[in-house]
Design a protein around this ligand. Sequence first.
Ligand SMILES: [Zn+2]
Length: 91
Amino acid sequence: MFIDVTCRVCGWSDPGDPEELWHGGTPLHAVCDCCGSESGVQDVSWRTALRARKAWVDGGAPWFAPGARPGDWDLSAQLEKVRSRRVPTPG
Ligand SMILES: [Zn+2]
């Protein structure tokens, strides 16, 4: 069973407390602490995820839950990681 704990929009995954976003092919409608995307909504396809990522980055990449932001958070490293991911998505 494929469990995805990394946001498909922004690439965030809480290293201390990873949240399940997708379980197999089913989105759990969890909201990303980083970009605020909801699994199964903005990330339902690569196209919608890319669009949401662009809108988020263009808006200054604000944290949805600023308290969850690590002190050494690196936006470009995170984006690099998400761009290199290839995860099967429905649609
Ligand atoms: Zn995110």
